[in-house]
Ligand binder design. Structure first.
Ligand SMILES: [Zn+2]
Ligand SMILES: [Zn+2]
Length: 330
């Protein structure tokens, strides 16, 4: 099969022919129909996260068709269209797993990280961590739901109640979670790079009632804030904009250092927390909800062979919505 291989961080991925993967007893073999490009892929490529193995296939927003099943697999049928998220495997035995907090599993393995992912024509997946994809979505439009949507949704849940929601960094996750928050009756305030009128217009088009620069003071104090951009400076900025009792959720896997800030910003029972990974329950809940609202994804499709261009466009903030790789485009 053709795959985009990460062999060295800070170097472009190489479009290479590699042996077809063979499913183990408890694995599915999937033909990749589409695979979203996530900021985490960029963090792995750019060396913000360690490289877990010498030759890696990135990609953890996979929409694939089941073409072969291991002998021990009793879930899904040949031909089913399934989604593969970031959480690829957990031990099921540690105190986190036993407490329903598998997102924190000490032994967890992640798709497109410890396990090869979807920047390829074929991939393997553990069916216990896959989801059926609703017929409402095309292959391309379903892909961003699997991380941007799903981890964004977990971040929204962890932000607690309150009507006024700030969203910092208006990329793939924000454009989906804005639609969910608006459906829940929340007022969304979108914070972007200074002067990024494209992102601000996009946010308003999706239902944000206000959009401005990340350091601006919103018209009302925020009851909660989600930070999707990987900039630690946004934490004190969000606290400054937050009401007493508000929760500020850092939703990315990597963030630059958070600068020192005065205690008065945290005072008043304001909370700063991170969100790590996802549980399968988050996935089932979000995917059902997304198709019901419906949450519409805005995607820019690239052929698999042009993954480097997609990653660069994401790094440079050129995308409105999400980049998705499509192997059948070549
Ligand atoms: Zn991701
Ligand atoms: Zn575990």
């Amino acid at each position: 099969m053709k795959a985009m291989l990460l062999e060295q961080q800070n170097c472009p991925l190489s479009y290479t022919e590699v042996p077809d993967p063979k499913p183990g007893e408890h694995q599915l073999l999937l033909r990749v129909l589409a695979c979203g490009v996530c900021r985490t892929d960029l963090h792995i490529l750019d060396g913000d996260l360690p490289l877990p193995k010498p030759s890696l296939i990135l990609g953890h927003e996979i929409v694939g068709q089941v073409i072969e099943k291991g002998a021990g697999v009793d879930k899904f049928s040949i031909g089913d269209r399934v989604g593969v998220p970031w959480l690829g495997w957990t031990c099921g035995e540690c105190h986190y797993c036993l407490a329903g907090r598998e997102n924190l599993c000490d032994q967890a393995r992640f798709t497109g990280y410890q396990m090869d992912g979807g920047f390829a024509e074929l991939t393997l997946a553990d069916p216990r961590y896959c989801f059926l994809i609703d017929g409402y979505y095309s292959d391309i439009s379903a892909a961003p739901l699997l991380c941007a949507g799903l981890i964004g949704y977990r971040a929204l849940k962890l932000a607690g109640g309150g009507d006024n929601l700030g969203i910092y960094g208006f990329g793939a996750a924000a454009h989906l979670i804005t639609q969910v928050a608006v459906d829940q009756g929340k007022s969304v305030y979108a914070f972007t790079h200074e002067g990024d009128t494209t992102a601000q217009d996009f946010a308003k088009q999706l239902g944000a009632i206000w959009a401005g620069s990340s350091l601006a003071v919103p018209p009302k104090p925020l009851d909660a804030a989600l930070i999707f951009a990987p900039a630690g400076t946004l934490v004190p900025a969000a606290l400054e904009a937050a009401a007493k009792g508000a929760t500020v959720v850092c939703a990315g896997i990597h963030m630059t250092d958070i600068p020192a800030f005065p205690y008065r910003l945290l005072w008043g029972e304001r909370v700063v927390r991170s969100v790590a990974n996802l549980t399968r329950a988050d996935g089932l809940e979000f995917l059902a909800l997304a198709a019901g609202i419906p949450v519409n994804t805005h995607c820019v499709a690239y052929p698999l062979s042009r993954a480097n261009e997609a990653l660069n466009d994401l790094r440079e903030g050129k995308l409105s919505g999400a980049a998705v790789l499509v192997p059948s485009m070549g």
